[in-house]
Design a protein around this ligand. Sequence first.
Ligand SMILES: Nc1nc2c(c(=O)[nH]1)N[C@H]1C(S)=C(S)[C@@H](COP(=O)(O)O)O[C@H]1N2
Ligand SMILES: [Mo]
Length: 159
Amino acid sequence: MTDSILRVDGQVANPRHFSYEDLTQILGEFQIDDVRSIDPSRDGAAVLLEGILQASQVRDSAQFIGFHSSHDDFHASIPLSEVRQKGIVIYRLNDAPLPREKGGPVRFYIPDHASCNTDDIDECANVKFVDRIELTIERGFDNRPEDEGEHARLHEQDG
Ligand SMILES: Nc1nc2c(c(=O)[nH]1)N[C@H]1C(S)=C(S)[C@@H](COP(=O)(O)O)O[C@H]1N2
Ligand SMILES: [Mo]
């Protein structure tokens, strides 16, 4: 399994692709073997966002982090400082890639997010099916729902 499932680019010294194997090989200090240890409602295994940022040599100029899903054309750009400490990337379930129905193969997750539409860092920012992480100086493309109506329509498409 060496196919790229995640690309990291923008304000990084080492723009790169990660395969599932590459994610498993990120240093143990960044791995979370059971996400339930930080959020009992979620399962799977993850790496701290910080592990991916270090492996890509994030530059000091990076102010925003963009999560892109080309699968369903969903995108969020959020201040890096808000998610750098706690953000995780869930990528594994029972030693296999995270399945699509769980938001896989790669999903971003903030353990203590606010509910949707209440804050910049809300539940909507837990982007599923992430295939690209982009570090930028200015806020980047973001098409999260802007009001309850849009948000409700998005959820109607779920499942
Ligand atoms: N790619 C993608 N990520 C997404 C969404 C989406 O429509 N597409 N919806 C967001 C919203 S509004 C919510 S509430 C959560 C839902 O995550 P869950 O299905 O794991 O509960 O995913 C977020 N991430
Ligand atoms: Mo949502």
